[in-house]
Design a binder for this molecule. Structure first.
Ligand SMILES: NC(=O)c1ccc[n+]([C@@H]2O[C@H](COP(=O)([O-])OP(=O)(O)OC[C@H]3O[C@@H](n4cnc5c(N)ncnc54)[C@H](OP(=O)(O)O)[C@@H]3O)[C@@H](O)[C@H]2O)c1
Length: 320
């Protein structure tokens, strides 16, 4: 049976936080979760966009200000969520930027990796204890087909110069980081016996603001025409995230994406990912670097590739 929107189970009583919920796939994800009864926190960087999103989301929603390009903002958002809520069922790391001209975040990280990965790494670490004791809780991280053009080299994250920089590989690197992070997190959660699982998803291709936001106006119709065949509407593009978040049959560590040719469109199914994204050593290197760069330490020690380490869960105190 293909997994369609109607397959999203009842979410009554659950609290979900969706980053990048001001538009595109994030807003659609938030809308569907709210329509199924979840209370949804729309994490948005701009007040105006947040207001528009709240009015379009329906159901039970609230907004929190979050700019992933600033660790101070990430800390502020996490503190605000903690002030308002004692627990979270779903954290959906969806926000993203693609192909902005070279720039750095407030903390001096290259923007793609800074926003798409490091901001989410910090946010997840600061909120994880709200999820960890909740049965069925999940962290969903949105990656991309483009992770395949990411070759690692995360040391470049700290670079302060555009010399030798290419936007396509920088975006690919950030999406590779999303997958490496999702898997490293799952290994840690499993080893610690936490109730939360970490799952990744990618939407295929969809003609959202991601493709237009930073493009010069004359290029927008060209991109729109190029996307017409391979892309799918936002409603369909949100399904991999929705399935990753709500299908009880999806296990921790899974990666979902569209079933169609090249994975650009279709119903959500288990997706393939590059060998590098599955490399436990690369996952561990990125984890250590991310803790160092963000200053957010999860409290989990390094975990062997088979995830068999046992120990005390730093967030629940449970013994793994
Ligand atoms: N569309 C595709 O074809 C495609 C393909 C593969 C993967 N993806 C992934 O899908 C996810 C959603 O993208 P989308 O297609 O829905 O794009 P979108 O319509 O451009 O939405 C991106 C969202 O991220 C938010 N955002 C950007 N920078 C932010 C920051 N510094 N702090 C907080 N939020 C920020 C945007 O907020 P503002 O409204 O303030 O700009 C917006 O809500 C991204 O992770 C993207 O990489 C998309």
């Amino acid at each position: 049976m293909p997994w369609v929107r109607e397959a999203v189970p009842d979410q009554s009583g659950r609290i979900a936080l969706v980053t990048g919920a001001s538009g595109g796939i994030g807003l659609e994800t938030a809308r569907v979760l709210a329509s199924r009864g979840a209370h949804v926190i729309l994490a948005c960087r701009g007040a105006e966009r947040a207001r528009e999103a709240l009015s379009g989301a329906g159901g039970s929603t609230e907004a929190v200000r979050l700019d992933l390009a600033s660790l101070e903002s990430v800390r502020g958002a996490a503190a605000e969520v903690r002030r308002r809520h004692g627990r979270l069922d779903l954290l959906i790391n969806n926000a993203g930027v693609m192909f902005p001209p070279y720039r750095c975040t407030a903390d001096g990280f290259e923007a793609h990796v800074g926003v798409n990965h490091l901001g989410h790494f910090a946010l997840t670490g600061l909120l994880l204890d709200l999820l960890a004791g909740v049965p069925g809780s999940r962290v969903v991280t949105v990656a991309s087909l483009a992770h395949r053009v990411g070759s690692g080299g995360f040391g470049a994250v700290r670079a302060q110069s555009a010399g030798g920089w290419r936007s396509v590989t920088a975006y690919g690197r950030s999406k590779l980081a999303n997958l490496l992070f999702a898997r490293a997190l799952q290994r840690r959660l499993a080893a610690a016996g936490a109730r939360t699982v970490s799952v990744a998803a990618h939407p295929g291709l969809s003609p959202t603001g991601l493709w237009h936001g930073e493009l010069p106006a004359p290029l927008r119709p060209v991109v729109a025409a190029a996307l017409r065949w391979p892309a799918q509407p936002v409603r369909a593009a949100a399904l991999p995230s929705l399935r990753a978040a709500t299908d009880p049959a999806v296990p921790g560590g899974a990666y979902l994406g569209p079933a169609g040719v090249f994975g650009s469109r279709g119903v959500p199914v288990p997706a393939r990912s590059s060998r590098l994204s599955r490399d436990a050593a690369a996952q561990e290197r990125l984890w250590e670097l991310s803790e160092e760069l963000t200053g957010v330490r999860y409290g989990f020690g390094p975990v062997p590739a088979d995830g068999t380490a046992s120990g005390v869960c730093p967030v629940t105190g449970a013994r793994g």
